[in-house]
Design a protein around this ligand. Structure first.
Ligand code: FES
Length: 647
């Protein structure tokens, strides 16, 4: 008789095991990740699974609840004391009696950072660098003079199958008190990131400790976003964001580098500012998630190279000019306390590798999240900020660059421009016959020509126009014939419509009358043309490097991408021609990538390896950049066709 067949879902891994094998052991042998803190003592409840009943013809399995052992005394006790959801079993106790299909429930991870888009829901397979390991330790004995720590070490290595184990020094003075307090039981937080690394106990609690948290943080030059995540369930316990206080030293990245160059204590000031803001965010997420700082054991940070360096306390001056040398490009593994971040005393900090002097750990995180290297389609990923980071590739090859788009897409340096916030115009339509506009603002569902609009924006009024609004208004002006292919506002229309008016020697379009009056000037149109030409030219260079004349899929990362309408992005020629239904906004993909690296160390190896293979293109040094840029100044482009747009 052959042994029962067990199939684990959703991984699809399967194997045959003798009758009586605990389901958890079968999972372990197949490399299916199931959490366990108590080491199979039926006390932590982390190892829950569900048996699927039915006839799984495709796999030739008939799975039934009769094929699993009934609840034993320990499991029943757990159910009495802690409760067990219906159909759930503790895999450490439940034994295989016959063919089984076992579901390993994955807690859904919600990306709360995505403010206005449907929440990004995704499941991240878990295998974090931190494991919580409960043990029972032999009591001291005069005939066995070994130290308490040494007996703890032996117990941990035996129960958790570790070949070697070290302890963080700060634990030595605490170990005797903890073991006695726990009546010779304890839970160790064991850190092991890379396979080659020695496992280390980084924290210790008396008795069973069934909680462990981590931080995933994206340090943007404008905003900092943080998630507090349970390392044991993968659940996001809290998310928060704040503006980067370094803004007071300089709006954009280059002005912050200049500030460091001009002021002897400039680097120090900006490092302190960003670390304080991060510490404030830790307070916020801890309060929101009812979590103690001491329970945070790991953290993952991403950011562009300048944010990355300033956060680590590294002078970013070298990044201000060619050859844009990074102090460190590989992943950084340190203790959180090394940079004064107060979490658990032993907490670790991991930063993803940087791709190049202009393309940082944030772009690496976006790549990890979107995974061009995991698929066959030619995927373009665009993260628009004051610098656009562009990644293009597929399984065969990935190339990356950054392009100096300037701040126009964020609403800066545009006459009526502002950041995306309630009151900002985000959608615009212009009637091609009358040239009359209508618009919608953030915070209201109504168009400006609908009844009740004014009441709906009463709280803020209409305050300005944000990046997505600027894209739409310029595209609509082009579609309505107000601006030419070269972006020139047609002054002749002023005879037909009061919306087109002369300002000095050029013409402007009046989008909104009254207070504040919002006009789109010739200079505004130029600023958008320059920004979009820089983005397109960078993309075009990467396409040439890939020897491709098309892209299959476009992902817009970051806040900007979430709000722009792909159709208008294409009307302006911001992005190359592509099926519109294959252009999507992916929200804070850098934050999602950071969460992946937090919850699964396999993703750290994956992105380290991928980044080492990504080919970096320095747009400033490429002779063809200028040529592409000039063609891309036209709307949508002087030479490149957009067949999908007309279709
Ligand atoms: Fe802790 Fe099963 S491993 S309850």
């Amino acid at each position: 008789i052959t042994d029962p067949l067990v199939l684990f879902m959703p991984s699809g891994k399967r194997g045959r095991f003798p009758v009586g094998t605990p389901v958890l052991d079968a999972a372990r042998q197949l490399g299916v990740y199931v959490e366990s803190v108590c080491g199979g003592r039926a006390t932590c409840g982390r190892c829950q699974v569900e048996v699927q009943e039915g006839n799984f013809a495709k796999h030739k399995i008939v799975s039934s609840n009769d094929h699993i052992s009934p609840k034993g005394a320990k499991e029943e006790r757990y159910e009495r004391v802690r409760g067990l959801p219906e159909r759930r079993r503790l895999s450490c106790s439940a034994q295989i009696l016959g063919d089984l299909v076992v579901d390993v429930p994955q807690d859904t991870v919600i990306n709360a950072q995505t403010i206005r888009k449907d929440a990004d829901t995704r499941v991240i397979a878990r295998d974090s660098a931190i494991h919580m390991c409960y043990v029972e330790i032999e009591e001291p004995d005069m005939h066995n003079p070994s130290g308490d720590l040494d007996r703890l070490k032996i117990a941990l290595m035996k129960d958790w199958g570790l070949k070697s184990l070290d302890f963080d020094f700060h634990l030595l003075p605490q170990v005797q008190g903890i073991l006695r307090k726990g009546n010779w039981t304890a839970t160790a937080a064991i850190h092991k990131d890379a396979e080659s690394e020695t496992a280390r106990v980084i924290s210790l609690w008396p008795g069973l400790k069934n909680e462990a948290y981590g931080l995933a943080c994206d340090i943007g030059s404008t905003t900092i976003a943080m998630h507090l995540v349970s390392l044991l369930s993968g659940r996001v316990a809290a998310s928060s964001g704040t503006s980067n206080p370094q803004i007071r030293f300089g709006e954009d990245l280059m002005s912050r580098v200049s500030y460091v160059m001009m002021n002897p204590d400039g680097r120090e000031g900006m490092t302190v500012a960003v670390r304080e803001a991060i510490s404030g965010l830790v307070d916020k997420v801890c309060a929101e998630g009812s979590v103690q700082r001491n329970d945070i054991l790991d953290s993952v940070f991403v950011g562009n190279p300048i944010m990355h360096h300033l956060f680590l306390g590294i002078d970013p001056t070298e990044l201000g000019g060619a050859p844009f040398a990074l102090a460190v490009s590989g992943a950084v593994h340190i203790k959180a306390s090394d940079i004064g971040l107060k979490l658990n005393q032993g907490a670790r900090l991991y930063m993803l590798p940087c791709i190049a002097g202009h393309v940082g750990a944030d772009a690496a995180a976006v790549t990890l999240s979107e995974g061009p290297h995991r698929q066959d389609e030619m995927m373009l990923i665009v993260d628009v900020g004051t610098n656009a980071e562009i990644v293009l590739g597929n399984r065969q090859r990935v190339v990356a660059a950054s392009s100096p788009t300037g701040p126009a897409f964020e609403g800066a340096e545009i006459s009526g421009g502002q950041r995306a916030a309630p009151g900002a115009i985000e959608r615009v339509r212009i009637d091609p016959d009358t040239l009359e506009p209508k618009y919608r603002v953030i915070g209201s569902e109504l168009w400006s020509d609908e009844p009740g609009f004014l009441d709906s924006v009463q709280a803020t009024g209409v305050t300005g126009i944000c990046g997505s609004g600027i894209i739409e208004v310029v595209a609509e002006m082009y579609l309505a014939g107000i601006i030419s292919e070269d972006g020139v506002v047609d002054g002749g229309l002023s005879a037909r419509s009061p919306r087109v008016t002369a300002i000095g020697r050029t013409f402007s379009y009046v989008l909104k009358e009254g207070e504040p009056r919002i006009t789109i000037t010739q200079t505004d149109v130029r600023a958008i043309q320059l920004a979009k030409a820089a983005l397109y030219a960078g993309t075009k260079l990467l396409m040439e490097k890939q020897h491709t004349d098309h892209v299959d899929r476009i992902h817009f990362a970051g806040a900007f991408g979430s709000f722009i309408d792909p159709k208008y992005a294409m009307v302006l020629g911001l992005i190359p021609d592509c099926d519109l239904d294959k252009v999507s906004a992916v929200g804070n993909a850098a934050g999602a990538g950071a969460r992946m690296a937090l919850l699964n160390r396999g993703y750290r190896r994956e992105i380290e390896e991928t980044v080492s293979r990504i080919e970096k293109i320095e747009t400033a040094l490429e002779p063809k950049f200028q040529e592409h840029f000039v063609y891309a100044m036209a709307l949508p482009n002087k030479v490149d066709p957009f067949p999908k747009l007309s279709a």
